[in-house]
Design a binder for this molecule. Structure first.
Ligand code: ADP
Length: 171
């Protein structure tokens, strides 16, 4: 059974990776699908995010990395997938995720949304938390893989000289 794991991944975090690793044990293949969203100004381009995810997941042969735009269920149908994989961290995720799952069900009755609960140690972790810490010069070394941390520091060093990261643990 093929599962699509759609998201922004701007950038991929250890929370995402944990979910993908657990999903890869449950499904024949997990396709990590980066949404091309013209309404958001991202920190990283889609191509940069694809590269970051590929490097993070190269230890798992049944994980594919791709990008898509438009409806997730249409993309899932195109890939021959039966499952949309999503993560749940808190009640706030639950409301949004349930609405999305129900909406997607109205679009395709063949595709099921499967939720995995966050691992305890990543329950606070989101891409926006990572961006916020880095923006104010904190260390994100404990939240993302080393190659992603390097990209983040480089990005803020170039675009935001004031927020040059100081290597301190902020959390
Ligand atoms: P973020 O909320 O980090 O910006 P994305 O849009 O990239 O995330 O999220 C894709 C999916 O990954 C969503 O279902 C989200 O709930 C899930 N997710 C993100 N971070 C975590 C985490 N730390 N633990 C479990 N699931 C997560």
């Amino acid at each position: 059974m093929i599962a699509i794991y759609p998201g922004s991944f701007d950038p991929i975090t250890l929370g995402h990776i944990d979910l993908i690793e657990r999903g890869a044990k449950l499904f024949t293949m997990v396709v990590v699908a980066v949404l091309r969203n013209p309404n958001k100004i991202p920190l990283f381009t889609v191509n940069q995010r694809l590269e970051q995810i590929r490097l993070s997941m190269q230890h798992l042969p049944n994980v594919d990395v791709d990008s898509f735009d438009g409806l997730t269920v249409k993309y899932a149908q195109m890939r021959g997938a039966q499952v949309l994989l999503r993560g749940l961290r808190a009640i706030s995720d639950f409301e949004v995720e349930l609405q999305m799952a129900h909406t997607n069900k109205t679009l395709s009755t063949q595709i099921e949304t499967v939720f995995l609960a966050t691992s305890n140690e990543y329950s606070f972790l989101s891409s926006s938390v990572v961006r916020e810490i880095a923006r104010f010069g904190g260390s994100v070394d404990h939240l993302v893989p080393p190659h992603v941390a390097r990209d983040i520091y480089q990005c803020y060093a170039q675009n935001h000289p004031v927020s040059n990261p100081i290597k301190t643990e902020v959390i």
